[in-house]
Design a binder for this molecule. Structure first.
Ligand SMILES: C[S@@+](CC[C@H](N)C(=O)[O-])C[C@H]1O[C@@H](n2cnc3c(N)ncnc32)[C@H](O)[C@@H]1O
Length: 157
């Protein structure tokens, strides 16, 4: 379960995040449609600094379990497409693939107000500097043995 981060002040592009969460026009990302063995994925089209937010993970292909700043457990239902908060768009977050060992993004929970009231979001933040043309990956936080071995047949986990 991902832990909450109290404040967004440490994030370099803090002032833009609310807008990007709202309009999903994240900069410096490009979708690749045919990565062998994976399908779609997301690559960088510019360099990202360690600590920069790449994208909101609110619309991923699974259920994500988190705790917000008040230590309340919550779950992002990212299975449903389109998501209720962005009903008319495909979002980058749901296209980012998993890696346990090569993850270059780390999920962090925040509570932010995009103008329609506060809501809990999961943002994916660069773990280190990321060069141009690198695939973005994060650890989905599940293993083959998770959920009573439900994923034992998933070779990519
Ligand atoms: C959040 S989606 C990622 C986008 C997906 N690749 C697509 O084409 O829509 C999660 C799905 O991507 C695939 N996936 C994610 N990480 C993978 C990996 N490292 N290797 C192979 N497939 C992966 C799995 O099918 C998984 O159910």
């Amino acid at each position: 379960m991902w832990k909450p981060e109290g404040s967004m002040e440490d994030i370099p592009q803090d002032k833009y995040i609310r807008r990007y969460v709202s309009n999903q026009k994240w900069k410096g990302l490009v979708v690749s449609d045919n990565i062998p063995g994976k399908g779609r994925g997301v690559y960088t089209s510019r360099r990202f600094q360690k600590g920069e937010v790449n994208v909101e993970a609110g619309d991923l292909g699974y259920l994500y379990f988190c705790k917000n700043a008040r230590q309340e457990a919550f779950c992002i239902d990212a299975q449903t497409f389109p998501c209720p908060c962005h009903p008319d768009m495909e979002t980058f977050g749901r296209l980012i693939d998993h890696s346990g060992k090569r993850a270059n993004l780390q999920p962090h929970c925040f509570n932010i107000d995009t103008g329609e009231g506060p809501r809990d979001v999961v943002l994916l933040i660069a773990k280190n500097d990321i060069e141009t043309n690198k695939e973005l990956l994060f650890d989905y936080g599940v293993r083959r043995k998770s959920f009573k071995g439900e994923g034992m047949d998933l070779e990519w986990l």
